[in-house]
Design a protein around this ligand. Structure first.
Ligand code: 9MR
Length: 378
């Protein structure tokens, strides 16, 4: 069932009276653990908390001292927001440039933070480097495409050997509209998307033994994601049938507040149940909450975002297959959400655990409370 905007706003109005109580409960429950870092709370359960960190010179980077201090204090693991993508590290078909990412990797080393690699293959034409569009794959395109994919994975894995705990080997190759696999010039040259993504995983397993290998995608629990989820399940089934070495599903978790209805939540649980039944681990790779459907009132928005985060984390943390939980940025003003589908009233999005003054928001307390309530992993 798809809720219209009007229905969801009516629901919001009705829910508003009870939200205040909900927020007080969240605060009361989390008063004690609030002093502990999110990663310390996670660690107590055999989990880890982390965030993406940008490179470059903006506020969300490791170069911003306040942001760096917050990341170092709250996180046990980080992932580069953009700096390991093909667009960043492949200036041409034959060259690599790691200068942007190396700063982030060095920041992780200095602070004793684990690293996730994002991503060895973002399999959408839009996110390939520009030169790919006109690249000449020659007389034997399948051989040339395989060589390019293999060289890419081997080069990245060799450079960061012993420093990565996990890779998003393939990102977003399932099309959300129908669940089919995306095609790119690389997969077309290779003779098919399955062959290409399988090769990426097999190469990563050999080049980075012992490192968690993840398929990462943004199918979510809101209505409208049914075909996307179906496509992801089909891909994961295919991996198992073909013996492709994939360890976990990366659930990006760019949620849209408010909390979806009970039937949606049931469907989501069924989806995750099917994923873990196939033997896959789970990673929350890019957590944040979009508030563009919520009214302007800041306190109300923060509460509904926190409620959404709490309901989601409670469900996800109940799966012992989930160990790593990464936010896609910790601080509101630096979030990708500010530029992507901005709110129609022009207000800044408030989808991260910390506000523009680096103060913890109710969302931060919701995540803390969910860690406190999570079962211990063995
Ligand atoms: O947050 C990232 C933004 O800064 C980039 O411009 C964009 C394109 O590279 O990618 C964003 O991160 C995406 C991630 O790599 C994959 N999942 C969706 C994320 C948000 O769009």
């Amino acid at each position: 069932m798809t809720m219209t905007r009007r229905e969801s706003l009516t629901l919001m109005g009705g829910a508003a009276a009870t939200l205040a109580i909900g927020a007080e409960q969240v605060q009361a429950k989390t008063r004690a653990p609030a002093a502990q870092s999110l990663n310390a709370l996670a660690q107590a359960k055999g989990m880890r908390f982390g965030s993406s960190v940008a490179g470059g010179t903006g506020g969300g980077t490791w170069r911003n001292p306040r942001n760096a201090a917050l990341v170092a204090a709250q996180c046990g693991v980080i992932v580069p927001e953009n700096e390991l993508k093909w667009q960043a590290i492949r200036p041409s078909a034959t060259s690599f440039d790691f200068s942007a990412f190396d700063g982030t990797a060095d920041f992780a080393r200095r602070h004793g933070l684990a690293l996730r690699g994002h991503t060895l293959l973002w399999h959408r034409p839009k996110w390939m480097p520009g030169w790919m569009e006109t690249h000449d794959f020659g007389a034997r395109p399948a051989t040339a495409a395989a060589a390019m994919m293999t060289a890419h994975v081997k080069t990245v894995c060799a450079r960061y050997n012993g420093r990565m705990s996990s890779y998003d080997v393939v990102n977003e190759t399932v099309l959300p509209e129908g669940g089919q696999l995306a095609q790119t010039r690389l997969s077309q040259a290779m003779g098919g998307t399955e062959a290409l993504v399988d090769l990426a995983f097999h190469t990563a397993r050999r080049a980075a033994p012992g490192v968690q290998l993840v398929y990462n995608d943004y199918m979510s629990w809101e209505p409208g994601n049914e075909l996307h989820r179906k496509g992801v399940l089909a891909l994961l089934e295919g991996f198992r049938k073909r013996g492709t070495p994939v360890d976990a599903l990366g659930v990006q978790s760019h949620l849209i507040a408010p909390v979806p209805g009970a039937s949606q939540q049931r469907e989501w649980r069924q989806f995750i149940d099917e994923v873990v039944a196939m033997g896959y681990g789970l990673v929350i790779t890019e957590f944040d909450v979009r508030d563009r459907e919520l009214p302007a009132d800041m306190a109300l928005r923060d509460r509904v975002v926190a409620e959404t985060a709490k309901a989601y984390c409670d469900m996800m943390f109940s799966y012992r297959q989930l160990r790593d939980v990464l936010a896609w940025g910790l601080v509101d003003p630096f979030s990708w959400l500010q530029g992507f589908e901005p709110r129609s009233d022009g207000l800044a999005a408030r989808g991260c655990p910390y506000d523009s003054n680096f103060r913890a928001k109710p969302m931060r307390e919701a995540i803390a409370a969910a860690f406190a309530a999570a079962p211990v992993r063995g």
